[in-house]
Ligand binder design. Structure first.
Ligand code: AMP
Length: 215
């Protein structure tokens, strides 16, 4: 077993907000991530290493114990499930909303609707709960193109400022879930490496509490 405590981080937008938080907890990569093509980084806390991967891969690494802990968006946990994981902390970073959206002025016809999204499980659950018959079409990107090209009536996507929707003649309709990044922990590692893991959780929790108190 790898003796270092491995934390899997989601690359991209979430990483940019995670690194300052980790740095305040005394965990900083020993080299500049942006100028390196490496995927594994030693840190200023000798027993901790970071791996930088896609968000959808973070729960997989942590579930299988290839990483002990991870930082991942709640959207990914809702879509792909959180089996084998503890979710001890809401880090409150990379906040956004998972929403349905449609062309401005769109009126539901009442008949079956077509929904384009990369969050197919979330979309199916959402429309099933509402008793709406939806055909869910899986896409991997540029969801807002689908209604314009008549591939779908609505989309389910992440909305932050809403600028992407507006720029494409669409508007947000319903909020499905508020999203932020979560700390996740492998359940077996939580027992076998309790002290090291709990130290990271406690350090981050103390920072978040201090930020809340200052707000
Ligand atoms: P906006 O135009 O600000 O509403 O941003 C919308 C797009 O940015 C979405 O289509 C997402 O792909 C991406 N996005 C915004 N916030 C996040 C986030 N916290 N995590 C992941 N993707 C995001």
């Amino acid at each position: 077993m790898n003796e270092k405590l491995t934390i899997a981080l989601t690359k991209g937008r979430i990483l940019k907000e995670t690194l300052p938080l980790l740095a305040r907890a005394g965990i900083e990569p020993l080299e500049d991530l942006s100028s390196s093509r490496k995927l594994v980084f030693a840190t200023t806390r000798a027993e901790v290493q970071l791996v930088i991967i896609r968000g959808t891969d973070v729960p997989t690494y942590v579930r299988h114990g290839a990483a002990d802990m991870g930082v991942v968006g709640k959207d990914i946990l809702l879509e792909h499930g959180a089996q084998g994981l503890y979710e001890p902390l809401d880090l409150g970073i990379a906040r956004c909303r998972l929403m349905t959206a449609g062309p401005v002025g769109w009126q539901g016809s009442g008949a079956r609707i077509r929904v384009a999204t990369k969050f197919v499980n979330i979309a199916r659950r959402h429309f099933a709960r509402q008793g709406v018959h939806a055909e869910v079409i899986k896409l991997y990107g540029a969801m807002e193109l689908a209604p314009m090209m008549n591939l779908a009536d609505l989309i389910v996507d992440i909305v932050d400022t809403g600028n992407t929707l507006r720029a494409n003649g669409m508007e947000p309709l319903e909020e499905i879930a508020a999203i932020s990044s979560r700390l996740v922990v492998n359940k077996a590692a939580m027992r076998s490496r309790y002290t090291a893991i709990q130290r990271v959780i406690d350090d981050l929790a103390a920072l978040l509490e201090a930020d809340d108190a200052a707000a």
